[in-house]
Design a protein around this ligand. Sequence first.
Ligand code: V47
Length: 380
Amino acid sequence: MTPARAWKGESMKMYIARSELAPIVEKVLAGERLTFEDGVALYRSNDLLTLGALANYVKEKKNGNVAYYIINRHINPTNICFVDCQLCAFARKVGEEGGWTMSIEEVVQTAARGYTDSVREFHIVGGLHPYLPFQYYVDLLRALKYHFPNVHLKAFTCVELDYLAKLAGRSLRETIEILKEAGLDSVPGGGAEIFARRVRDLICTHKISGERWLEVARTVHECGLKSTATMLYGHVETYEERVDHLLRLRALQDETGGFTAFIPLAFHPENTRLSHLPWTTGMDDLKNIAVARLLLDNFDHIKAYWIMMGPKLAQVALRFGADDLDGTVVEEKIYHMAGGQTPQSLTRAEIEHLIRQAGCLPVERDSLYNPVTPAAVGSA
Ligand code: V47
């Protein structure tokens, strides 16, 4: 990181011209694609306001003054997992205190809790359970589609899909087709962490490789489903490894166009085996939003996940390149078991207030970013 620059009583134009980011500003204004070196320079810079202004410029060119949100609910059918990632506070071993596995009926009951016609999406992720059969996952999708035919099912990360194919004893493509037929509508972006092997060995030793995550995402897209992409930052990774991660996503997006949004996720250390690490800072959280907006020129949307950033910083992120706050969420486990202090739910009115106060226009969306007309204002 370079030291912060002192204000020298100069004009704003001179200030930007003197910024170490001036050459990158020129490139972005000329519509040129940024390189690996540019990405590292953006992360190294402390000129957060130039970085934010540039990212906001790109965001407004792509999405105007809009900020999206969705009325959704997260569902975690099980937290039993055999993968044993160092980064995780959510997972439990079979028989361990704090573990749960819902029956299909309990999944449906959870989905029904507080359900209104406004709910557009169930976001469903869980651990890699050693004993649940493949049929459980098929039945889960079928039951949710039967009871909630209008709700989009965004389910099973690339890590889970890789495992489900093994459980099913079929190819990945066949497995995705079976899940699609049962009601799978799209795939969430979790499990990507940082693609570099060095980092995975330290934070999620036994999880699938970065290369495999990308291969699964490619197959998801080839099967006609959209997905999101994430990056877990703020642990042991270097700026170079972050940029490598972003550029690998950009390369796949060039090929498939299948990613709808990118979501940077700040590492929460509490109750994990990496609890000695410090929490991320506001500076780094905003940098990750802005750098992602600038490097991922082929992604339409950058999400400031308010559960992870906190509602106030997520709101500020709407002026640093983000155009989406995610949704109402309702019950969140992964971050709250890792020490997250944010609320677990925001109402539509609260989300719209945050967006309006950032000077943006709130637009309720579906999972694929189509604007939707609110079913009944204030009902969620
Ligand atoms: O895959 C796990 C991360 C992810 C911790 O697709 C942790 O729209 C921080 O993927 N500290 C799950 N992060 C969340 C996720 C997500 C969230 C919102 C929207 C979308 C989307 C996806 O959370 C995991 C992992 O990368 N995670 N443990 C932790 N201690």
